[in-house]
Write a protein that binds this ligand. Structure first.
Ligand code: CP
Ligand code: NVA
Length: 308
């Protein structure tokens, strides 16, 4: 019997051991890329990228990444494919997965990507859903490790909305054994079931964002209004006003604490300009590492464990 196809739909789809392998491969692939050494293990392979929401980083990193690995990427969106005219997602999955070697999807409900994957012959990668953003957290954790070493036992402060990024940090904390200190405005708290958590051991809620940041090794946040929630924008601007990551929050974090943001950012809303543009911010490395971590992910899902 052929081995089951591996997907990356949620962060916990990969084990701690597999993530360790991906981070090792990321370092090797990134180093090779920086030295202009060609590496084309995915020659003749192609990736379909389906976007139902906007993107700069995700599209660019997957498209450039496939090209750099010797393969190609095909961009599809809802506007000009039959997906936007009501073709069932299951039928689309049957067809698309007969023509390419992997599929990346950015969409709304997680259920859509789960249904696609259930009918796909090839690996499906979550490029962001309302619930999760696992590729971003791969890059974020790699960036932490690159700067500071192992993340196990460390504390990440999450300030703001309990959105797709927050849920994925929480899953990652369970898999990689670190802690998340969360502060959200009332009414925007984490929903453990929606976050897909096994328990509550790896996170703690704080009413005051300053308390969540105290002693943290990494402080991170994201937009107050995620894609798909635009109708709530005005209400959110008021509710989140005291949840801006500023210098005071960074000052109470651990010495040498890093600041991350998945981008795009809104200076003066979820983050003060002096923080995102300040010395503790690693947001540009974080964005670049989307490219390198996803190349390791594509290599692993398409070719298995390469040791060299
Ligand atoms: N961080 C991120 O996923 O960026 P894009 O929306 O530009 O892809
Ligand atoms: N939480 C944001 C992340 C964008 C990369 C959103 O879903 O819009």
């Amino acid at each position: 019997m052929a081995p089951a196809v591996r997907h990356f739909l949620q962060f916990k789809d990969l084990s701690r051991d597999e993530l360790g392998h991906l981070f090792t491969r990321t370092r090797i692939i990134k180093d090779r890329f920086k030295r202009y050494q060609p590496y084309h293990p995915l020659a003749d392979r192609s990736l379909a990228m389906i976007f139902e929401k906007n993107s700069t980083r995700t599209r660019l990193s997957f498209e450039a990444g496939m090209h750099q690995l010797g393969g190609s990427a095909i961009y599809l969106n809802t506007r000009d494919t039959q997906l936007g005219r009501g073709e069932p997602v299951e039928d689309a999955a049957e067809v698309i997965s007969r023509m390419v070697d992997a599929v990346m999807i950015r969409t709304f409900e997680q259920d859509i990507i789960e249904r696609f994957a259930a009918h796909s012959r090839v690996p499906v990668i979550n490029g962001l859903t309302n619930e999760y953003h696992p590729c971003q957290i791969l890059a974020d954790i790699y960036t932490y490790i690159e700067r500071r070493g192992p993340i196990q036992g460390k504390t990440v402060a999450w300030i703001g909305d309990s959105n797709n990024m927050c849920n994925t940090w929480l899953q990652a904390a369970e898999v990689l054994d670190f802690n998340v200190h969360i502060s959200t405005p009332p009414g925007y708290e984490v929903e453990p079931e929606r976050a897909g958590l096994f328990g509550t051991d790896h996170y703690e809620d704080f009413a005051d964002p300053m308390d969540a940041c105290r002693g943290a090794d990494l402080v991170t946040t994201d937009v107050w209004t995620s894609m798909g929630f635009e109708s709530e924008n005005a209400q959110r601007m008021t509710a989140f006003a005291d949840w801006q990551v500023d210098d005071d929050m960074m000052r109470v974090a651990a010495l040498g604490a890093l600041f991350m943001h998945c981008l795009p950012a809104h200076r003066g809303e979820e983050v003060a300009a002096e923080v995102i543009d300040g010395p503790q911010s690693v947001v540009w490395d974080e964005a670049e590492n989307r490219l390198h971590t996803q190349k390791a992910l594509l290599e692993y899902l398409l070719l298995g464990r390469i040791e060299e």
